[in-house]
Design a protein around this ligand. Structure first.
Ligand code: PLZ
Length: 423
């Protein structure tokens, strides 16, 4: 088999430099809680392909469903010749997302595409132009979603000009906003919208219930419910971006459920289809159905193989009770992270929910971010056989997103490596 080193050389000559990778080893196979490279080296997987492989790589049901679908047909385009699995995925999404009202769904390929479509739907349904987003937000890399994303490097730098009518307001970030309550942080954001944009001009308020790329920021209790209440009163569509938080990741099917917040629209992707590319917008029937026939779509959106995988993934989440699995991971991992934090003053905070946990690193005794220490600890993990990711506006958050099917033993071994990497 070709070595990682040779592959890396070929890559340099063939793949655009702008596409990065966390590790320079090349994957041979992956499953459960591990990834194995072409040299037979194994990593404990605390990344899950950025919160995608919730049911694990090559989950049994997913493999079977995909194989069966590939044999029947691979693509007809739902907009040309429709098929049952697209309808069945929409039925499932309408049933499992929060809100007991009538819902509709539409399927797309990527998270960014789902977010773009949620904005299109909200604008069309309300006849208003503005979209409110938050500091530290991440919503994608396409032109509209770059405008919605907060961080310049690496996502936006020299890629403008960006789409208009996007307004950014402060997030609730308990570690860094001087201890504002959720209600106070919401009032601050709402006042800014009312004074600078005007509620009657706002189509949508778009928010990740727990921010992903922005640093696993969990807003203070009450923040999301206060925004939800304001949006209802102002006729603003509340859009929850659950692309990273969805599908059992946080110990509930969707992160909004932790505070019983019911969005009008939800954007979904990542964990939805066990690694196959699929995304969705799910929400209130009257908003979704406001759009004229033919107004939503795309060649591959709701591809039949991805739909088969999604149905199998959702079934697997139910069968293996992956919400409970995420809660169990939290119990074990959070305890261990707190133990490390007790002895290491660089850890300012341990935070997150379920199997979406992180530590934020600072210079001891301050809130000054320490991205260098974060990168060094992450690199030490990689060298010792644990795949970790970093995130955060300041690059100083080490985040952990294991597949929800990781075994107790793999989880413990991963945490041992992490513990040692902190020194
Ligand atoms: N919304 C909340 O987390 C994707 C991005 C990785 P796509 N996050 C991983 C990278 O560097 O590109 C994400 C997200 C939230 C939207 C998206 C976008 O989803 O499927 O990557 O388009």
């Amino acid at each position: 088999m070709t070595s990682s080193e040779e592959l890396h050389k070929r890559r340099g000559a063939a793949v655009a430099r702008g596409v990065g990778s966390t590790i320079s080893s090349y994957v041979d196979h992956a499953g459960g809680g591990t990834i194995t490279d072409v040299e037979g080296r194994q990593w404990i997987d605390f990344a899950a392909g950025i919160a995608v492989a919730n049911v694990g790589n090559s989950a049994r049901r997913v493999v079977e469903a995909v194989k069966a679908q590939v044999e029947r047909f691979t693509h007809t385009c739902f907009m040309v010749a429709p098929y049952e699995s697209y309808v069945a995925v929409c039925e499932q999404l309408n049933a499992i997302t929060p809100g007991d009202f009538e819902k509709r769904s539409a399927l797309f390929n990527s998270g960014a595409e789902a977010v773009e479509n949620a904005v299109k739907i909200a604008r069309h349904a309300t006849g208003r132009p503005a979209v409110v987003v938050f500091d530290h937000a991440y919503h994608g890399r396409t032109n509209l979603t770059m405008a919605l994303t907060a961080k310049n490097m690496p996502y936006k730098h020299r890629f403008g000009p960006f789409a208009g009518e996007i307004y950014r307001v402060p997030m609730s970030y308990p570690l860094r906003d001087g201890g504002l309550s959720g209600a106070e942080a919401a009032a601050r954001a709402i006042e800014m919208v009312e004074k600078q944009v005007g509620a009657e001009n706002v189509a949508a308020l778009l928010i990740e219930p727990i921010q992903g790329e922005g640093g696993f920021v969990v807003p203070a209790a009450g923040f999301l419910p206060a925004l939800r209440e304001w949006a209802t009163a102002a006729g603003v569509v509340f859009v929850a971006d659950e692309i990273q938080t969805g599908f059992c990741r946080t110990g509930q099917w969707f992160a909004c459920e932790h505070e019983e917040v019911v969005p009008d629209l939800i954007t979904l992707a990542k964990g939805i289809a066990g690694g196959l590319p699929l995304a969705a917008v799910t929400g209130r029937a009257e908003l979704m159905d406001a759009v004229h026939v033919g107004g939503l779509g795309g060649t591959y959106g709701g591809n039949p193989i991805a739909c088969a995988a999604a149905l199998a993934s959702i079934e697997t989440m139910r069968e293996l009770e992956l919400t409970c699995a995420a809660q169990r991971i939290e119990t074990v991992m959070a305890a261990r992270l707190r133990t490390i934090a007790e002895r290491d003053p660089r850890i300012a905070e341990v935070r997150g929910r379920g199997a979406m946990l992180a530590v934020e690193l600072v210079q001891p005794g301050t809130l000054v971010p320490d991205p260098a220490a974060t990168a060094a600890i992450s690199a030490a993990c990689h060298a010792a056989g644990l795949l970790t990711l970093t995130c955060g506006t300041y690059g100083n958050v080490l985040r952990f997103l294991p597949p929800l099917v990781i075994s107790d033993d793999e989880l413990a071994r991963g945490l041992d490596i992490l513990d040692a990497a902190f020194g």
